[in-house]
Write a protein that binds this ligand. Sequence first.
Ligand code: ARG
Length: 372
Amino acid sequence: MSVPPPLASLHTPAELEETLTFLGLYHRETGMPGRAARQQQIRRHGDLSLTTSELTHGARMAWRNSTRCVGRLPWATLEVRDLRHLTQAPQVFEALCHHLREALNGGRIRPLMSVFGPGVRIHNDQLIRYAGYRQPSGEIIGDPQNIALTEYVQQLGWRGGAGQAFDVLPLVIEAEGKVTLFELPAEAIHEVSITHPSCPALDALGLRWHALPVISNMTLEIGGQRFECAPFNGWYLQTEIAARNLADEARYNMLPAVAKALGLDTSRRRTLWLDRALLELNVAVLHSFDEAGIRLADHHSVTRQFQHFEELETRAGRPVKGKWSWLVPPLSPATTPVWHRSYDDAEIKPNFTVQRPAWAATQAACPFHASK
Ligand code: ARG
């Protein structure tokens, strides 16, 4: 009869220490009793598994520590669905559809995370992403940022795209060593058509965006443990959609069309037509989400809420870390309080780290950078 290895050998001493440190913080911050007994239990049995309550608080701390996020004030309201028992692709897919519905909450979007079991990964960087198609002419239809993801799902057998500007990509779920494609049902994808309060020509551009940003390519790290499939969402900030996704030259590049719809003089950049088009596109996105009853932040209120978050954190004895270049909005940055500040950008745990895209690993190695 073979003797199973002691559980303690399944983790490194550093992971054990990190878990014990995290549990110390967990008990201090939540006021939950039983710290010494819990730490002793872990030392004795070597099983680092977190309880649902520990996982939930760890996920909230990870959000609180996200240096690139300006919307951290409601970090303690994050709800966590502990689905670590789910390891099969169809179960994961069903739970993701449920996540999309629960998070949308009829428009009153709530911050939500679903944590899946070992061996599960989602290859899409967000649950809802628009396809990007490169035409033989070199022209691009859709979101240029997602060309590689689109080609990847096509290689996996996806034939579903209509070749339009806003085709939602299927989900690529890896589980039990296999990769499977799943097409999201229409009711799981809530989108908002972009209209302008006073310029119908802008409505005619047929712009739209999805209501929920659900990040699915970040590893959640808590106390020496890594959760590779822990998709989470908050709600959008209008500048993400109107000043970047639809505006960037390397994304939908809509400012020239918006300027035309507004009848601006585009003969010289010096007329500031780009700036005017950008502003009106932001007005349109705020107006459209408001009309549709979908929660959306604006850069003035979110940066003031961030100041409030800093005050609360300082009072709690936790200095706030931040990446200034991510915190300042891309529209009228100096009109917001974060512009006038500087931040320490050190990364602390619990936190999220971006995963390498799954398709990058399958691509042929570059001969100049071949590994030794
Ligand atoms: N910037 C990303 C996008 O435009 C979303 C990142 C997360 N944003 C958020 N508000 N939670 O899709």
